[in-house]
Design a protein around this ligand. Structure first.
Ligand code: NAD
Ligand code: UDP
Length: 308
């Protein structure tokens, strides 16, 4: 039985990943300090005999007993609302947290995976974004704390791969949504669904013409799993290549939830990327992976979960 250590394992993606890995027969060690989550997210797996929780800030050094085969570093605030409230913690977990997680992987001769992000491309001048695009990031802007933390984390991961021959993976994750997101997470999908089902106006920032590409959580977890088992070491985009304007997303959610809510336009946050769409050719050819869940099906399941 192989063991996987997941930092940020109590978060939205992390908790789905822990549940999936337990079902596949792995032992799972979750390291989380509940900075942007609560223990509720792991309630369903907490008593599984293969699951162990270490309540710890991964930006501080950590020693873990026993064998570990994979280290998946997912700890980091991820919602723009969270990382703008937690700028120093975000930079620390991207830098010190990644260093500590790499250190654990090295000491255990484990495979390491970094949860990176489409934000390494910043406000992209190339669309769709292939992995070869270097990005357009404002390092001193409000998103810089997250973007630069992840860019540093990618550089550190590649340095461990080259200097220590560590078997590393970099998942460049694009917008992911689904059941298990926090109601007040602040990201577009949970905000719009909560507003729609409670009859409040949906808050669209700017004119809503900015685009994003939304991947359903089960597709994302499958992509992460395939990358984890692959022999690919360079960055790989994981996301749904279908691109939607944010205003279109808001209208879709109103329709799918049969809501009477209207739309309220608010100021566009500084440096909000105008477009975002993954080029997933690499994931398709190297991992034989592409998303399967349609936007309508994924949103319906998510709306149902939020209603409950
Ligand atoms: P989330 O906020 O739901 O989960 C993050 C988890 O990390 C939380 O449980 C939080 O408590 C934990 N954490 C934060 N700092 C920590 C620290 N110092 N020590 C221990 N635990 C810590 O976010 P998410 O959406 O699940 O994102 C998970 C990862 O995936 C992040 O690294 C994020 O950058 C990346 N990612 C997510 C998306 C997305 O759309 N969800 C997109 C791109 C990248
Ligand atoms: N957004 C919005 N209303 C909201 C929340 C977000 O219009 O209540 C917009 C946000 O400005 C961005 C897009 O939706 O253009 C996606 O935002 P999110 O916070 O989900 O993730 P991002 O891709 O910006 O990291």
């Amino acid at each position: 039985m192989k063991t996987v250590l997941v930092t940020g394992g109590a978060g939205f993606i992390g908790s789905h990943l822990c549940g999936f890995l337990l079902e596949k027969g792995f032992k799972v060690i979750c390291v989380d300090n509940f900075l942007t989550s609560t223990a509720d997210s792991i309630a369903a797996i907490r008593d599984n005999p293969g699951f162990k929780l270490i309540d710890h800030d991964v930006s501080a050094p950590l020693e873990v007993d026993g064998e570990i085969d994979y280290v998946l570093h997912f700890a980091s605030p991820a919602s723009p609302v969270d990382y703008s409230k937690l700028p120093i913690q975000t930079l620390k977990v991207g830098a010190l947290g990644t260093h500590n997680a790499l250190g654990i992987a090295r000491s255990k001769s484990a495979v390491f995976m970094l949860a990176s992000t489409s934000e390494v491309y910043g406000d992209p001048e190339v669309s769709p974004q292939p992995e070869s695009y270097w990005g357009n990031v404002n390092c001193v802007g409000p998103r810089g704390v997250y973007d630069e933390a992840k860019r540093f984390a990618e550089a550190l991961t590649m340095a461990y791969h080259k200097a220590h021959r560590l078997n590393t993976k970099i998942a460049r994750i694009f917008n992911t949504y689904g059941p298990g997101m926090r109601k007040k997470d602040g990201r577009a999908v949970p905000n719009f669904i909560m507003q729609a089902i409670s009859g409040r106006p949906l808050t669209v920032y700017g004119d809503g013409s900015q685009t994003r590409s939304f991947c359903y959580i089960t597709d994302m977890v499958e992509g992460i799993y395939r990358l984890m088992l692959s022999d690919v070491n360079g960055p790989v985009n994981l996301g749904n290549p279908e691109e939607h304007a944010i205003l279109e997303l808001a209208k879709k959610i109103i329709g799918l939830s049969a809501s009477k809510s209207g739309i309220e336009f608010r100021e566009l946050p500084v440096d909000d990327p105008k477009v975002r769409q993954p080029d997933i050719s690499k994931a398709k050819s190297l991992l034989r992976w592409e998303p399967k869940v349609s936007m309508d099906d994924g949103l319906k399941k998510t709306i149902e979960w939020f209603r409950r």
